[in-house]
Write a protein that binds this ligand. Structure first.
Ligand SMILES: [Fe+2]
Length: 333
């Protein structure tokens, strides 16, 4: 028993040097005294420095204009990213890929997804062509600050209406304490009634005011009311943004075939949507240990291992469509 306890403490300690973020699940990360002494903000600062270095190493693969826009805003938006013919084929694949859908429900929103592992991509030539595009890969890898293959999904957000409106993704939040990448290639026009993605411009930057806010949040971290916040995905009220010198909210009402890539350590949320609306996209994510000093290489064993772990995570945190139940901890947007 004592041995098990010891192993548990060693594990919690080692998690300090990983992407682990939950104040609630890890009593070291959630320890008030340690966070008063700066544990959370020191992790943030080191992770930013390392991620900045890793992005610098990968920066030559993208244009200086994209680097500048990303540094300034925390996101990139690229219209007409795919040739029309390829985009049309991708739309058809996206529309017809749903027999194996998995889903989870958060408040009044159902998130349905199909993880596109290599096996699936081999059956979906347009999706495979998208994932093989070096132009898109380089942009995704730059923001993710690593070289491995991003994890693609077909993703459909369904707004149920008439149920609970307590969708945690509709509050402004940061996904985690370190820079991370999510991207959406929209397969249909995103209009205001479809609940567009919203991002607080420039909120990916770790300013002194942001650091101070994070410091205060971390001290009460494990006792925060909002359970996602206690798990390390901090929530912020819209009215508080001004005190961090933030205010401009970019709403991505965009035409189909637009790619949006964001550092979701910046504040973002899912916009309010009309009941029974939905939207379909290809969704990419890539989140790794922020303390690894250099970008991981695009190597087959690493990609395979990561893909296996993501598939397991999706299986664990979602239900098959007929068996769906209340939300997992997955944080899509
Ligand atoms: Fe999010």
């Amino acid at each position: 028993m004592k041995k098990n306890r010891l192993i548990q403490y060693i594990t919690w300690f080692l998690e300090i040097f990983t992407e682990a973020k939950s104040f609630e699940a890890n009593p070291i990360l959630g320890n008030r005294l340690l966070n008063r002494l700066g544990l959370h903000v020191i992790r943030m600062m080191i992770a930013r420095l390392i991620t900045g270095f890793r992005r610098w190493l990968l920066g030559w693969k993208i244009s200086s204009e994209h680097r500048r826009l990303f540094r300034q805003h925390g996101y990139l938006r690229i219209s007409n990213v795919l040739p029309p013919e390829l985009f049309k084929r991708l739309q058809i694949e996206g529309e017809s890929c749903w027999p194996e859908v998995r889903e989870f429900i958060q408040g009044d929103t159902t998130t349905q997804l199909v993880f596109l592992d290599q096996q699936k991509l081999n059956q979906l030539p347009a999706a495979k062509a998208l994932c093989s595009s070096s132009h898109i890969r380089n942009l995704l890898n730059y923001v993710a600050s690593t070289g491995i293959r991003p994890w693609p999904h077909f993703l459909r957000i369904r707004n149920l209406g008439g149920l609970s409106t307590d969708d945690p993704q509709k509050k402004f939040h940061s996904d985690t304490f370190h820079p991370t990448m999510k991207a959406w290639l929209f397969l249909e026009d995103v209009t205001a009634d479809k609940g567009p993605f919203e991002y607080v411009t420039g909120s990916h930057r770790l300013t002194f005011k942001r650091l101070l806010w994070e410091y205060r949040q971390s001290i009460i971290g494990r006792d925060l009311d909002e359970r996602y916040a206690a798990r390390g995905s901090l929530r912020i009220e819209e009215k508080t943004l001004a005190s961090l010198d933030l205010g401009h909210i970019e709403r991505f009402e965009v035409p189909a075939n637009t790619l949006v890539i964001a550092d979701t350590s910046g504040f973002h949320r899912r916009g309010i949507a009309a009941p029974h609306s939905s939207r379909l996209c290809v969704y990419f994510s890539l989140r790794l240990n922020p303390f690894i000093p250099i970008p991981l290489p695009d190597s087959r064993p690493i990609n395979h291992l990561a893909e296996t772990l993501v598939a397991e995570h999706v299986a664990k945190t979602t239900q098959r469509r007929d068996d769906a139940k209340e939300a997992s901890a997955t944080n899509i947007r």
